[in-house]
Design a protein around this ligand. Structure first.
Ligand SMILES: Nc1ncnc2c1ncn2[C@@H]1O[C@H](COP(=O)(O)OP(=O)(O)O)[C@@H](O)[C@H]1O
Ligand SMILES: [Mg+2]
Length: 239
């Protein structure tokens, strides 16, 4: 399909010579959300690190916009891949606006252009606009997570990769973060979302992939994946 942004097929990767991801496949399409689920230690973050160039691909293929992805990590940002790492912290002592501007530095454009890009982020996340001159430390955990996402968007990505953005947030805030992520689809972005909040993330997903011990065990359209399928993928036949 021509609208495929990212295609991971039979990925094998890990740390140095150690292999922890043995056979992961997933697809992210333009304007869609693919949710990557799995228990702690299943290999989700390691998969993201291979896609973003932080870990070496040991086997299988990672293709982006129809070609193999081989550049160094920082060049992948310039090609439109933005990554918000697990537990990502914003700069507490800097203002919201300063944090956003830092996020756009990789584009190598002038400050005026970055300030106007920040305006676009304020339209997506009005709370950031109303607090733009305040220190990031003054915001709640959920708002700081939106700032981290806003920072990643400042690089003008085609593919946004989010590793557990709801981590540590109260359930009602998790729902809000998921709603905001869902709204981003309207901008044409492809989103690869790793989550522990299974129901809230599947609710906004187009595609779902479940990994277990470094292997894709379930993959399909979010419409077709039932709670039973997910339970089976997570806990095996016994449940
Ligand atoms: N820096 C590292 N060096 C060696 N092994 C690691 C490292 N980071 C994670 N692992 C191992 O890789 C496996 C997958 O971890 P990870 O991808 O972080 O899982 P998840 O994000 O799904 O919770 C785990 O067994 C973990 O212990
Ligand atoms: Mg992880």
């Amino acid at each position: 399909m021509s609208d495929v942004l990212l295609e991971v097929s039979g990925l094998q990767t890990g740390y140095g010579d150690l292999t922890v991801v043995r056979d992961v496949s997933l697809t992210v399409r333009q304007g869609e959300i693919t949710v990557l689920l799995g228990r702690n230690g299943a290999g989700k973050t390691t998969t993201l690190r291979a896609i973003t160039g932080l870990n070496r691909v040991q086997g299988g293929t990672v293709s982006y916009l129809g070609g193999a992805l081989t550049e160094a990590a920082h060049k992948r940002v310039a090609r439109g891949i933005s990554y918000v790492q697990e537990g990502k912290k914003v700069f507490h002592e800097l203002t919201i606006e300063q944090n956003l501007i830092l996020g756009g530095f990789s584009r190598g454009v002038g400050k005026r252009e970055l300030i106007s890009a920040a305006e676009e982020i304020y339209q997506l996340f009005p709370i950031l606009g109303s607090k733009r001159a305040l220190a990031a430390a003054s915001m709640s955990g959920g708002q700081q997570q939106m700032l981290a996402i806003g920072q990643a968007l400042m690089a003008k990505p085609k593919l946004l990769i989010l590793d557990e953005p709801s981590q540590g947030l109260a359930p009602v805030i998790v729902k809000e973060v998921m709603e905001r992520v869902h709204e981003l689809k309207g901008t044409g972005l492809g989103i690869l979302l790793v989550e522990q909040a299974v129901q809230d993330s599947v609710a906004i997903a187009d595609e779902v992939t479940v990994v277990e011990m470094g292997r894709t065990v379930l993959s399909g359209s979010a419409r077709d994946v039932s709670v039973d399928d997910l339970q089976q993928a997570y806990f095996g036949k016994a449940s």
